[in-house]
Ligand binder design. Structure first.
Ligand SMILES: Cc1ncc(COP(=O)(O)O)c(C=O)c1O
Ligand SMILES: N[C@@H](CCOP(=O)(O)O)C(=O)O
Length: 456
């Protein structure tokens, strides 16, 4: 299997090359050159455990890896989850289930891909003998999942940019209390979009990237998206015939568009999903896009679902590539116009598989309360965004993207009770180690010069 860039001006790569490269040199994102048809395999996959399913799926893509190696990596990646199902599907009523994606080490869905990516990077370091510096931006969850995916691994330093004061107190603690000397959590004076732009600029600078062997942990890295495809297949396989016949809708709390894109790709590969609901908070650029065809950035507004406080969604470019008939030239035109003007209106944009909603903070509080009242289920503020205008004639699967204990203040305000989790209790009083930078590319380059491995 070969991988191509959405912008069509980079060489084709193998799986391990695409994972190591992260962002393509032309600024595009890697995608498989062709998508496999998984429909004929679904029957054989029906009774597999989660790691077995992940192995079977990833095997279709990681074709330049030895199967034994991949098997070991996959098994290790799901050995730290607290539930044996890995991703339990909890039925709330006849038309509604919640796919709980928060039983990994850092209590958010990011663990599914970042445990795997951490192990892929470890394999790369062993294979090549070269150290790497991992660089990423986070609005709260990717950062801690990446750090924990790489914790204790040799030959790696990890640099995570996050918007100062705009992640939850416990998310920040997960990143800043590891006491590991190779972990650099960096609070920047700006929004997640600023942090993501700094990271993309660093990857776009060929000298900087080569000098420090920079590797990407955000969902610009294709391995992130592929690993996230697996739980859609897993959830679909749990459904009975009646539920499937009603039409399956995945309802996905959305920010950077990686999660829902992964689901949509499985549909393109033949998984019989009727559609997707893009559920945003008040940072609703994608909700507006899917409802009107008009894509326009506005200022990021901090919300009670901080991990979704994103306007410029990286992975939209991957969807765009397919939407414009896999024509990289058109992708380049749209992305250039969007970069220059901050907006773009699509005339011929097939959004038929998607619907979209938004929730402001008041609605999020009310929804956490009403979900608890109706189902005795505690949803975190991101997951709560999914519970809006659901079509009860369909089989709705809401993706629960984070554990409510990561956002205790919001839950306390809505329900008058404080959820807890042992791993979060354990870090409440640990000393914090972090760094501060202005939201400027030069400041990041200087910081890497001082701290990155290979720079001393
Ligand atoms: C808890 C939580 N929910 C939802 C999202 C949105 O996911 P995506 O960025 O893949 O759209 C994020 C962050 O991305 C998150 O951390
Ligand atoms: N919500 C994310 C933002 C980064 O998204 P990613 O999927 O591209 O890593 C976070 O929690 O950091």
């Amino acid at each position: 299997m070969k991988y191509i860039s959405t912008r069509g001006q980079s060489d084709e790569k193998t799986f391990t090359e695409a994972v190591a490269t992260g962002l393509a040199p032309d600024g595009g994102l890697y995608l498989p050159k062709t998508l496999p048809n998984i429909a004929p395999r679904l029957k054989q996959w029906a009774d597999l455990s989660y790691p077995d399913l992940c192995f079977e799926f990833m095997k279709l893509f990681a074709t330049d890896m030895l199967e034994d190696k991949l098997r070991t990596i996959v098994d290790a990646s799901y050995s730290n989850f607290s539930r044996k199902e890995i991703a339990p599907l909890v039925k709330l009523d006849g038309h509604l289930s919640v796919l709980e994606l928060f039983h990994g080490p850092t209590l958010a869905f990011k663990d599914f891909a970042l445990q795997l990516l951490g192990n892929l990077y470890e394999e790369q370091i062993e294979r090549t003998g070269d150290p790497i510096n991992v660089l990423g931006a986070t609005s709260g969850d990717t950062g801690s999942a990446a750090i924990h995916g790489l914790l204790g691994k040799k030959g790696v330093r990890i640099f995570i940019l996050y918007p100062q004061g705009r992640v939850s107190m416990l998310q920040e603690r997960q990143m800043t209390t590891t006491a590991e000397r190779n972990v650099y959590p960096i609070a920047i004076e700006g929004s997640f979009d600023d942090a993501q732009a700094m990271v993309k600029d660093a990857f776009g600078d060929a000298n900087l990237k080569a000098r420090y062997s920079l590797s990407a942990i955000n969902s610009i890295n294709l391995a992130r998206i592929l690993a996230q495809c697996v739980y859609y297949i897993w959830a679909w396989l749990q459904l009975d015939e009646d539920a499937r016949k009603r039409g399956v809708q995945f309802v996905v709390p959305t920010g950077n568009f990686g999660n829902v894109l992964a689901g949509w790709l499985t549909r393109e590969m033949g998984l019989p999903i009727e559609g997707f609901r893009v559920a945003t908070n008040q940072n609703d650029i994608l909700c507006r896009l899917f409802n009107t065809g008009h894509y326009e950035v506005t200022a990021v507004e901090p919300s009670v679902a901080p991990s979704m406080d994103i306007q410029v969604a990286s992975n939209f470019e991957r969807f765009l590539y397919y939407s414009v008939g896999q024509d990289p030239e058109r992708v380049r035109t749209v992305m250039e116009q969007f970069k220059a003007k901050g907006k773009y209106t699509f005339e011929d944009f097939d959004r038929s598989a998607f619907s979209a909603t938004r929730m402001d903070d008041k609605e999020i509080h009310e929804t956490i309360e009403s979900i608890y009242g109706r189902y005795k289920y505690v949803a975190d503020p991101h997951t709560a965004c999914a519970f809006k205008d659901l079509d009860e004639s369909k089989t709705n699967i809401v993706l629960a993207t984070a554990h409510p204990a990561k956002f205790p203040e919001v839950i306390e305000e809505a329900l008058g009770r404080t959820p807890t989790a042992p791993s979060l209790e354990a870090i409440k009083n640990e000393p914090i180690v972090n760094y501060m930078l202005p939201a400027e590319g030069e400041a990041l380059a200087e910081f890497l010069k001082e701290h990155a491995k290979g720079s001393e």
